[in-house]
Each structure stands twice: as structure tokens, then as C-alpha cells.
Write a protein of this length. Structure first.
Length: 187
């Protein structure tokens, strides 16, 4: 058994490991903020948040080391992210600007780079499941270069309606300390 540690805070939660022995989840920093982490070779790395968010959580990792999760602002508004090659990217920046969906959180990534998660239907305020497939059919890490990720790391922010935040509170709040959600593990 291995103690994965924390990011200076009082707790951490490992969620998923891949076939390469990498682990992702959420760990708390010294200020009590939840941060997505990647643990490998005995080292826990803070993946950070999308600016200017305060909390994040990593929900899955592919065997290529691609991490997906959610980044959350102080009010609990979420944005799905993909972390690869040392860069966290708002998935909303990688979908067409005129999409009817706003991607809130990403929960899984498969070997083809397809990502599933929760999205806001902009016209109705309903929360829908989404499946995002790389546009050229290749694995995401092969189709999106590091330079392109840096150029498109974030999209315009969306304030989630209360019904969407309520759903996220119910789904995520019991395990993760996300502002405006149910209290976290140390409360």
C-alpha cells in the first residue's frame, strides 16, 4: 500500500488509476482549496485550476496520461477540462463556438480520446450528458498540439443556473469541496 499524500492540506481522494500506475483525484492545499492532482512515481502534482477558479478535481486518466475533470469558481460554476502535456485546457475552447452545450465537468476519457461528462443546454438551462469526440477521429493528444492548447486554454465563462448548480451539488458536493456545494470532507 502507498500513501499518496496531500498538497499540504488535511485530505486527498484518489479516484482512478490507469495501466501505467498513474493516479488522479482531488487533494487539498494548505488554504483548504481542492485541487486536481496527478500522482506518479511517488510524486503528487497539483494540476491547478482554470483561471480564476478556486477548486478543481480530476475524475479520470487515460493510459496516455490525459486527465479530465472539472474546475470550479467561488460560486460553484464548473468548466470541464482536459489536462495533457502539462497544460489544463477548458474543453469549451475546443468545441465549436456556436455549440448549444456548455461543458460543465468531464468524467471519463477512453483510449480514443472520447470524453463524457455533464453539459448545460444553453437555451433551456437543462443539464445533459455529453460525448465529445476528437474531430479528426484521432486520439486527442495526437490531434491537439501543445501550442494549440496554450492558445485556446479557456473559453468565455458561463454562470450556471441554480438548477444546474443544484445537480452538481448533489452529484459532486458530498465528495468534493466545491464552493456553494455540500460541505467537503473536513467540515
Amino acid at each position: 500500500m502507498s500513501d499518496l499524500g496531500t498538497l499540504g492540506g488535511q485530505s486527498s481522494f484518489a479516484l482512478v488509476n490507469n495501466n501505467k500506475g498513474q493516479v488522479v483525484g482531488q487533494a487539498f492545499d494548505i488554504d483548504g482549496n481542492g485541487r486536481a492532482f496527478l500522482w506518479q512515481n511517488g510524486v503528487m502534482t497539483n494540476l491547478g485550476t482554470l483561471f480564476p477558479d478556486t477548486n478543481s478535481a480530476a475524475f479520470d486518466i487515460s493510459d496516455k496520461g490525459q486527465v479530465v475533470g472539472g474546475s470550479f469558481d467561488i460560486d460553484g460554476n464548473g468548466r470541464a477540462f482536459l489536462w495533457q502535456n502539462g497544460v489544463m485546457t477548458d474543453l469549451n475552447a475546443l468545441i465549436p463556438a456556436d455549440s448549444s452545450l456548455y461543458l460543465i465537468s468531464a468524467f471519463q476519457i477512453n483510449p480514443r480520446g472520447q470524453i463524457v461528462g455533464d453539459a448545460l443546454q444553453k437555451s433551456t438551462g437543462e443539464v445533459h450528458a455529453f460525448l465529445a469526440t476528437p474531430s479528426n477521429g484521432d486520439i486527442a493528444s495526437d490531434s491537439v498540439t501543445s501550442a494549440a492548447l496554450r492558445e485556446t486554454s479557456q473559453s468565455p465563462r458561463v454562470v450556471l443556473p441554480e438548477n444546474a448548480r443544484k445537480l452538481l451539488r448533489e452529484r459532486l458536493g458530498h465528495r468534493y469541496r466545491i464552493p456553494g456545494f455540500a460541505t467537503g470532507p473536513t467540515d
